[in-house]
Design a binder for this molecule. Structure first.
Ligand SMILES: Cc1ncc(COP(=O)(O)O)c(C=O)c1O
Length: 436
C-alpha cells in the first residue's frame, strides 16, 4: 500500500503526543551543555523547560556522566529478583533520609507513569490484603495528569489525551483543583468549593475510597496550575478522618522544583505513598521510585503468597540509573542554593511582564513560573497559539513549549540570573509583537 504524505521520508520514528501528518521537521540536536542545546546546523537553544522537566542540574553534567561511566564498567544491569546491589540500596537509603519522616520503603520502576501505576496498585491491594473489599475507588482532581499507562490515565482529567481509551479506564471521582496565582482575590472561595465537593463525596461514600492522588502544589501538564500548601493540609485532615490513603505524585515537582527538596516538605504533609521519577537521575536515565509508609509495607509482609505485590519490570533498579541518582542527589545537596534562590529571580522576571495586558494569572512556585496568554477563543492544550509562540521563541534561540495558551518556565538549576531574565525578555518581546 502507498504510504500517505510523510514530511520526512527518511525517518522511521513515530513521535509521542504528535500528529505525524502535520508535524514540522523536528530539530536535530547534536549536544547539550548546561542550559544550552546545540543543533546539528550549529544553532544554539536555551533549554527553558528542562527537556520535559527532567534535566535537573544541566545537560551533560560531568559528575553524573562520570558516575554512570564508572558504574557501567562495574555492573550495568542485573535481574532485581532475589539479588540486589549497592547503588539500589544506597539510593533507597538516601531518598528515605531526605524525605520527611514516615516514608520508609522504596519500590523501583522505570518512569513517571509506572511510578503512578505502582502507587495505585499498592493502594488498591493494601485494602484487599486486609479484607476491606469495599475500598475500590480513587479520588483525583480536575486538570490532573499522571502519565499514559491505563491506570495513570484513569486517574487523570478526561481530555483529548484520554478520549480514545475511555472504555478501558476505570471510574474515578474528580474534585476541583483550587488553582491560584499572584494576587488571586478568590483563592479562599476556590479552596472552599474544592473542600465542600470533597466533603459531599466523603459523606456519600467515604468508605469506598482506597486513595486520593494529587500533584502537590503544581499540576504540570494540566497547565502549571498551582495550589496553596494550606489546601493540602486541609485535604490531608479530611482524608485521615475517613482512613483514605493519600498519594503524592511528585514526578514533576520532586527534587527541588518547588523551592524545597520535595513538595511534601514544603506543604508540611506526609503522604502514605509518594511517586518520584523525572529528576531522580538528574535527567540522565529513566528510573522511578514509589515510596511508601511502613503501614503500607506491613500490609504486604506476610506468609500468604496472595499478599505479595506482584509487580516488576525488566530494568527494575537498573544500576546505571541508581548510580546517576546517587550522583544527582550529591549535586542537589551541595548546590541547594541554586533551586532555593530561583524563586526570587523569577519574581524579578515576572515583574517585567506584570503590565502586559495579553498575559494574566502570573504564578510562581519555587523554580516554576507560569502565565496564561489571553486568547479570545480556543483556550487549553489544543489552543492554536501554542505552536505559533513556540516558533517565535525558537527563532530567538529559546526552547519553550507552551501548554496551549499557558506559558511556563522550568529551567535546569545551573541557569544564571541573567539567563533566566533573558527568557522573560524574550517572552515580553514576542508577546508585544504577536496578535492574539
Ligand atoms: C505529575 C506527573 N506524573 C506522571 C507523569 C508521567 O511521567 P512519564 O512521562 O515519565 O511516564 C508526568 C509526566 O509529565 C507528570 O508530570
Amino acid at each position: 500500500m502507498m504510504s500517505k504524505h510523510n514530511p520526512n521520508p527518511l525517518s522511521s520514528v513515530w513521535h509521542p503526543f504528535t500528529q505525524m501528518k502535520t508535524m514540522p521537521d523536528p530539530l536535530h540536536v547534536r549536544s547539550g551543555k548546561g542550559v544550552m542545546l546545540e543543533l546539528e546546523d550549529g544553532r544554539k537553544l536555551m533549554d527553558c523547560i528542562s527537556s520535559w522537566w527532567v534535566t535537573l542540574h544541566g545537560h551533560a553534567q560531568p559528575e553524573i556522566a562520570g558516575a554512570i561511566h564508572q558504574q557501567a564498567l562495574r555492573l550495568e544491569q542485573v535481574i532485581y529478583a532475589g539479588l540486589t546491589h549497592e547503588p539500589a540500596e544506597l539510593l533507597a537509603r538516601r531518598l528515605i533520609d531526605l524525605l520527611p519522616e514516615g516514608l520508609t520503603r522504596v519500590f523501583y520502576s522505570d518512569d513517571g507513569s509506572t511510578s503512578v501505576e505502582v502507587a495505585l496498585k499498592m493502594a488498591f491491594q493494601y485494602w484487599k490484603n486486609q479484607n476491606y473489599t469495599g475500598r475500590t475507588r480513587f479520588l483525583s482532581f480536575e486538570g490532573a495528569y499522571h502519565g499514559d499507562t491505563l491506570g495513570a490515565m484513569s486517574v487523570a482529567h478526561r481530555s483529548v489525551f484520554t478520549d480514545s481509551f475511555k472504555e478501558l479506564m476505570f471510574d474515578v471521582d474528580f474534585l476541583p483543583y483550587p488553582e491560584t496565582f499572584i494576587d488571586d482575590p478568590d483563592i479562599d472561595e476556590k479552596e472552599c468549593v474544592a473542600l465542600t465537593a470533597l466533603d459531599g463525596l466523603l459523606e456519600k461514600r467515604g468508605k469506598t475510597y482506597a486513595a486520593l492522588i494529587v500533584e502537590p502544589l503544581v499540576q504540570g501538564a494540566g497547565g502549571m496550575r498551582m495550589c496553596r500548601p494550606e489546601f493540602l493540609v486541609s485535604l490531608r485532615d479530611r482524608l485521615k478522618h475517613f482512613d483514605i490513603l493519600m498519594i503524592y505524585d511528585e514526578v514533576m515537582v520532586g527534587f527541588g522544583r518547588t523551592g524545597d527538596f520535595f513538595a511534601c516538605s514544603k506543604a508540611a504533609t506526609v503522604p502514605d505513598i509518594l511517586c518520584l521519577a523525572k529528576g531522580l537521575t538528574g535527567g540522565f536515565l529513566p528510573l522511578a521510585a514509589t515510596i511508601c509508609s511502613e503501614k503500607i509495607f506491613q500490609a504486604f509482609y506476610d506468609d500468604d503468597p496472595h499478599k505479595t505485590f506482584y509487580h516488576g519490570h525488566s530494568y527494575t533498579a537498573n544500576p546505571l540509573g541508581c548510580a546517576a541518582g546517587l550522583a544527582s542527589l550529591d549535586l542537589l545537596k551541595a548546590n541547594q542554593n541554586r533551586f532555593m534562590r530561583m524563586d526570587a529571580w523569577h519574581q524579578k522576571g515576572l515583574a517585567l511582564l506584570k503590565n502586559c495586558s495579553t498575559l494574566n494569572r502570573l504564578r510562581l512556585c519555587g523554580t516554576i513560573s507560569a502565565m496564561d496568554v489571553h486568547v479570545k477563543s480556543d483556550k487549553g492544550y489544543l489552543s492554536a497559539i501554542g505552536p505559533i509562540l513556540r516558533e517565535k521563541f525558537l527563532e530567538r534561540g529559546f526552547l519553550l513549549r507552551p501548554l496551549g495558551n499557558v506559558l511556563y518556565i522550568l529551567p535546569p538549576y545551573c541557569i544564571t540570573e541573567g539567563e533566566l531574565i533573558s527568557i522573560y525578555e524574550c517572552i515580553q518581546d514576542v508577546i508585544m509583537k504577536i496578535d492574539v
